[in-house]
Design a binder for this molecule. Structure first.
Ligand SMILES: Cc1cc2nc3c(=O)[nH]c(=O)nc-3n(C[C@H](O)[C@H](O)[C@H](O)COP(=O)(O)O)c2cc1C
Length: 338
């Protein structure tokens, strides 16, 4: 057991009477306030050099922070200090929005899982652009995840994404088009061939654009998304977002199975790996893949790299295992092993 698991996690998990969102807010605030010396100390302990170059971007190591953890980029300088080789902020939307009613974030401890139905709570694309303009360089590549505002009808989605894109692409090393959150009504229909073609047609050009897909898509539907990605020059695919399935929950967490939202963490490991493998084989390795979903150990990371991911991201694994997992996963990458 690491120090994080034995000493830090129990304190964080008890905050706010065990309310997961309180713990999240508290931790983000603390990370946002870390000073230079504290960041240097963490960096010396956790940062791993395992360089990778992908779609023209140089990554110091291939383990990134997944979207949703720091939606508004409030704690940006902390993430490279915790060992992350890149950071994906967002998902942000063209309009600031509060997200769904609370509670909307649940830890399923025995399953090492999370269910969330946050619903893209965020300060909006313009606020993120202002924040990024005021920050110096991050030192690691920055991805920015874009979603559709709740108030924007689905048939005006392209304009909504484009508004955010125009504000934010100057700050991004890549743009993630999130069409796979289960928590915005209708969003996942933007994974249909025509819709994704419309989005990519409008967005591909100045900055590498990657498409984030759901783990609940059938292989035929994924194959269609991949065709459109290749046709429109997407830089890659991020696989996967959270799942609507409820397989793999521990008995103690069965009472949470009916909570609406997306499930992440250990129950997603196998499914995410299968999808990464499918994307890799279906495209003959031509489309770079960021693998994400249920990376809870260095071994899970290795297997995701072996399945075809060039980069991986962590969310739930970081909540349960802390920064030691970032370091272990980076060391487990091909670049980290050689
Ligand atoms: C609380 C929470 C919020 C999330 N918010 C977003 C988001 O805004 N955009 C996005 O693309 N993915 C979001 N995700 C999905 C993660 O980026 C990731 O794809 C998913 O959790 C699977 O990885 P994991 O098993 O390592 O958590 C969120 C996940 C969680 C748990």
């Amino acid at each position: 057991m690491t120090l994080f698991e034995s000493a830090v996690r129990p304190v964080l998990f008890r905050l706010g009477g065990g309310d997961a969102e309180s713990a999240h807010e508290f931790t983000l605030n603390r990370l946002a306030r870390l000073g230079g010396p504290a960041r240097s100390m963490l960096h010396a302990r956790y940062a791993t050099k395992a360089p990778v170059e992908l779609f023209g971007v140089k990554f110091p190591n291939p383990v990134g922070l997944a979207a949703g953890m720091d939606k508004n980029g409030v704690a940006l300088p902390a993430w490279p200090a915790l060992g992350f080789g890149f950071v994906e902020v967002g998902t942000v939307t063209a309009h600031a929005q509060p997200g769904n009613d609370k509670p909307r974030l649940f830890r399923l401890r025995d399953s090492e899982a999370i269910i969330n139905r946050m619903g893209f709570n965020n300060a909006g694309a313009a606020a993120l652009a202002a924040r990024l303009a005021s920050l110096g360089p991050l030192g690691v590549p920055l991805g920015i995840s874009l979603g559709k505002s709740k108030i924007t009808p689905l048939d005006e989605a392209v304009h909504d994404y484009l508004t955010s894109y125009e504000l934010l692409h100057p700050y991004a090393d890549y743009i993630a088009v999130n069409v796979s959150s289960p928590n915005t009504p209708g969003l996942r229909t933007l994974q249909d061939r025509g819709a994704i073609a419309g989005l990519l047609g409008a967005l591909v050009g100045k900055t590498p654009v990657l498409v984030k897909i759901a783990p609940d898509l059938a292989e035929t539907a994924i194959a269609e998304v991949l065709e459109v990605c290749l046709e429109f020059g997407a830089a890659g695919v991020i696989a996967t977002n959270t799942t609507l399935a409820r397989d793999g929950l521990a008995p103690a967490d069965q009472n949470r199975a009916a909570e609406a939202g997306g499930l992440s963490g250990r129950p997603l490991t196998e499914r995410a790996r299968k999808i990464v493998h499918f994307v890799h084989t279906e495209t003959d390795g031509k489309l770079p893949i960021i693998g994400v979903g249920g990376v809870m150990s260095a071994d899970d990371a290795s297997r995701l790299f072996d399945a075809g991911a060039s980069l991986v991201q962590l969310y739930s694994g970081f909540i349960y295992k802390g920064p030691a997992l970032v370091r272990a996963a980076a060391r487990a990458s091909r670049a980290g092993r050689s």
